[in-house]
Design a protein around this ligand. Structure first.
Ligand code: PGA
Length: 255
């Protein structure tokens, strides 16, 4: 039984003091929620402070990216062990903004995913097609390549513990979310591929969440869609109230 998984990706928003204020307010509002796995992903500078502010709460912390080496001469980068030590338990890997603006490739997503797992972080691996790829009927082919390459070499138990975020690029930050049918079709396809490549148990355990213009008004419909196990939320996670509302509407009894 997969609990709904809801993560808020703050992207490049919030200073450390702002992040702490958010975390302290948010933990109080969601403290009784035991039936949703809740995560926030602050900018890396605030990961440690937010993890401290959320200590002993039901809200986990994710970093938004990592570099795959453990340490060394890689100016500007942070490693999986550093993220873990700062108090995060999750890390987003392969977000479309990383792919678009920072030359992330499926191969680097694989290296980062492996590095995260080696440091005992749960990777939230983002995949998804661009608008022109969808319009050319290439959605499944794009997803296949992303899954095959990004998860190459992983053991079935590792895949079972992953979160995969299906985020159609055309839906991110645009206000145009996928319909429940589009989400179901993509998620079903992803789960089928996981079953073929890693076995039924891994495919059943793995969370496949949807991302792209999720907000309080559409979370119920999206979660009611078959095979959608939660959401990666960008814009609507920036305000405590709207993210808490997304969480409240994700509780199994309310969907
Ligand atoms: P959005 O972002 O909710 O603002 O569309 C989602 C994401 O990038 O994960």
């Amino acid at each position: 039984m997969r609990l709904p998984f809801i993560a808020g990706n703050w992207k490049m928003n919030k200073t450390v003091p702002e992040a702490i204020v958010y975390a302290k307010q948010f933990r109080r509002i969601v403290e009784d929620v035991t039936d949703v796995e809740i995560v926030v992903a602050p900018p890396s500078l605030a990961v440690h402070a937010v993890a401290e502010a959320l200590r002993s709460s039901n809200v986990g912390v994710a970093a938004q990216d990592l570099y795959w080496a453990r340490e060394g001469a890689f100016t500007g980068e942070i490693s999986a062990p550093m993220i873990r030590e700062a108090g995060a338990e999750y890390v987003i890997v392969g977000h479309s903004e990383r792919r678009t603006y920072f030359a992330e490739t499926n191969a680097s997503v694989n290296l980062k995913t492996c590095a995260a797992l080696a440091a005992d972080l749960t990777p939230i691996v983002c995949i998804g097609e661009k608008l022109d790829e969808r319009e050319h009927g290439e959605t499944f082919a794009v997803l296949d390549l992303q899954i095959r390459t990004a998860l190459e070499g992983l053991a079935p138990e590792q895949v079972g513990a992953l979160v995969i975020a299906y985020e159609p690029v055309w839906a991110i930050g645009t206000g145009h979310h996928a319909t429940a049918d589009q989400a179901t079709e993509a998620h079903r396809h992803i789960r089928r591929r996981l079953r073929e490549q890693f076995g039924a148990e891994a495919a059943e355990r793995c969370h496949i969440v949807y991302g792209g213009s999720v907000k309080p008004a559409n979370i119920r419909d999206l979660l009611a869609a078959e095979e959608v196990d939660g959401a990666l939320v960008g814009g609507a996670s920036l305000e405590v109230e709207s993210f808490a509302e997304v969480v409240a509407r994700s509780r199994p009894a309310t969907v």
